[in-house]
Ligand binder design. Structure first.
Ligand SMILES: [Cu+2]
Length: 73
C-alpha cells in the first residue's frame, strides 16, 4: 500500500495582479508532482497547498512559484 502524508502549507506570493497571474501560479504549483490541492488567492496574496510529503516538499513548491515569474514574500 502506498503511504501518503498530506500536509498543508500557506505560501505568500508577491506580484500577482489579476486572474491570469492566479492561474499561472496555480498551474505551476499543480504541475509539481505530489501536490494534491491548490487554492490561490489574489486578495490574500497567497497559495494554500496540500501536498504529499513523501513526494515533494515546500521548497520545491516555492521554486515552482519563482520559476513561473512571481516572488515569495
Ligand atoms: Cu496578472
Amino acid at each position: 500500500m502506498e503511504v501518503e502524508t498530506i500536509t498543508q502549507e500557506t505560501i505568500k506570493v508577491e506580484g500577482m495582479s489579476c486572474g491570469h497571474c492566479v492561474m499561472r501560479v496555480k498551474k505551476a504549483i499543480e504541475d509539481v508532482q505530489g501536490v494534491k490541492k491548490v487554492d490561490v488567492s489574489l486578495e490574500n496574496k497567497q497559495a494554500v497547498v496540500e501536498f504529499d510529503e513523501e513526494k515533494t516538499d515546500v521548497e520545491k513548491i516555492k521554486a515552482a512559484v519563482r520559476e513561473s515569474g512571481y516572488e515569495l514574500a
